[in-house]
Write a new protein. Sequence first.
Length: 174
Amino acid sequence: MFRPIFFLHAISSPNPLSLPSLKALIEEVFITRNDPRIAELAAERRAGRPKLTEHIELEELKRRELAEYESGFGASPLPAWFRSTETNKTEVPDLTDDKTTTFMWNWLEKDVSIDRSHVDMLRQVRITKDSDELIVSRAGRLKGVLAETMEGDADDWTNMGGEEVVEKKMEVEA
């Protein structure tokens, strides 16, 4: 359930993101979110001592998420019949879809407590690092819930860099 919540708090307006902007959000913020802690643990580690369990787990998480993004972010390695609701958390809310972002924005504005039934309403996609197309893995259940909205410009994550990324990470984590 962490992944949809992360992307929920990453939106800054009801306007959809462009695909390059969504990819930048994944690459520069989501996958690197634990880098400061990994660096801190590496700096604290004394020579000749093994890595702490936390350090190993964070590095493994980053490695798995990066491999998942390269092969199709949102692709679950488990067959559909085997996935429980908790392991089926690898899909990404489609932040390029105006209905999805508008719906998520309304949740933020109304401070709605999110649970699995809310996430199941959203359109979910798979994103591959080297492809310019989205693969809709679940259409969601928003059809008819919202009126059509006009497209707008949300934050452009493709132009984020340096201190701006750190500031945006801080906003997302808060």
